[in-house]
Design a protein around this ligand. Structure first.
Ligand SMILES: [Mn+2]
Length: 377
């Protein structure tokens, strides 16, 4: 074969993921974005002149996705005319999900191929795919090992497809024996090894990569999801292009404060410039350092004013200490019972004899009382 072979490398779609830890109003939007990613991947493949899409495991979030999830996914894949979808069972949707894969085998269109065996698959003349499907959720060996011995026609391109860690990412205790050899592309003579499992995009040498999830699903990896367009030809290092496909932009931003610092400009600096884009932003701001009672309140007010613009906005203040200053207390209910309560809390919050958690609880209560009295004033 002369022309380079082009394909799209993606994975970890986690279709059907429920996002139960997020508020109701954003959940359905995230679920829908996961479904729509199939259309976005199809678009990206066409734009890159690729006819094949590799899904490197965890296409489905669970072994038993609801009928809506898998039927609508199949329909979307079937509608992508001229494209072939190569689906590798991962750890969330391993071959242990017998019902799921039996249903797909029975109902999927011809352009959807589930890779159920660790055996070479001819993709095109002179192009062979070597898949390593997960037989069960937790494999006990490096499933790419067979690729070293896999015979392919002289001169054929060898493409590996696997799911799992190349080092101990220690997310859910993958066993050490199952770790994929990071130099597998070299030892098995692969032109490219397409990996899934890690949800961010990571390059492991110039012939091995994690495409990451095409629709981001957590604060751990900042930005929008992406896939990889890969172009391989014999004897050359593959050409790899990152293509952003995700709808939602996830970010976690630190906001360190010092007492007396106006939190407004610091917070404003973390905002996406285009207000309209905020609708698709998931932003978690982690505040740390120290702030006065007045600045705590100003920060909460700012956050409350900003939040409705966002798909999801959280201000985490658990790590923000309170600087108790007499001037702030002076502004409260002079000589009244609430002022006495505030002073009592201030004493507790600053009492070195108390445990850290008790001091924090007192500081938290003082901040709430302060906010209540100021907003009432
Ligand atoms: Mn995954």
């Amino acid at each position: 074969m002369n022309a380079p072979f082009r394909f799209l490398h993606s994975g970890d779609l986690h279709l059907g993921r429920r996002f139960g830890n997020l508020p109701e109003e954003v959940r359905s939007r995230l679920v829908e974005a996961r479904h729509q990613i199939l259309h976005r991947l199809a678009e990206a493949a066409r734009a890159q002149g690729a006819c094949d899409v590799f899904l490197a495991g965890d296409t489905f979030d669970t072994e038993t996705p609801s009928d809506r999830i898998w039927r609508q996914a199949l329909a979307a894949m079937a509608a992508a005319e001229g494209l072939r979808w190569w689906i590798l069972p991962g750890n969330h949707d391993s071959l242990g999900a017998e019902t799921l894969w039996a249903r797909l085998a029975a109902q999927a269109s011809d352009n959807v191929r589930v890779l159920t065996a660790a055996a070479p698959v001819d993709l095109a003349p002179g192009v062979v795919l070597l898949p390593a499907p997960l037989p069960r959720r937790r494999p006990t060996q490096d499933l790419t090992a067979w690729m070293t011995e896999a015979a392919t026609p002289e001169g054929a391109l060898r493409l590996g497809l696997a799911h799992g860690p190349v080092k101990d990412f220690s997310e859910e205790g993958s066993s050490a024996e199952a770790i994929i050899a990071p130099d597998r592309a070299r030892s098995a003579g692969l032109d490219y090894l397409a990996l899934g499992d890690w949800h961010g995009q990571v390059f492991v040498g110039d012939r091995t990569a994690y495409a990451g999830t095409p629709e981001a699903d957590g604060f751990r990896h900042t930005g929008r999801g992406a896939c990889l367009a890969v172009s391989v030809e014999p004897g050359r290092v593959p050409g790899i292009t990152r293509i952003e496909t995700g709808q939602f932009h996830w970010a976690e931003a630190p906001l360190p404060l010092v007492p007396g610092q106006d939190p407004a400009p610091a917070l404003a600096a973390l905002m996406p410039a285009a207000a309209a884009a905020r609708r698709d932003h998931m932003l978690r701001v982690r505040v740390s350092g120290r702030a006065t009672l007045a600045d705590h309140l100003a920060l909460q007010d700012l956050a409350q004013a900003l939040a409705p613009d966002f798909a999801h906005f959280v201000l985490e203040t658990a790590a923000l200490d309170t600087e108790i200053d007499a001037a702030d207390l002076e502004t409260l209910d002079h000589g009244g019972a609430l002022r006495l309560a505030a002073e009592g809390l201030a004493d507790r919050a600053q009492n070195p004899a108390l445990a850290e958690t008790d001091r924090r609880i007192a500081a938290g209560a003082l901040n709430r009382l302060y906010a209540y009295l100021r907003e009432g004033a």
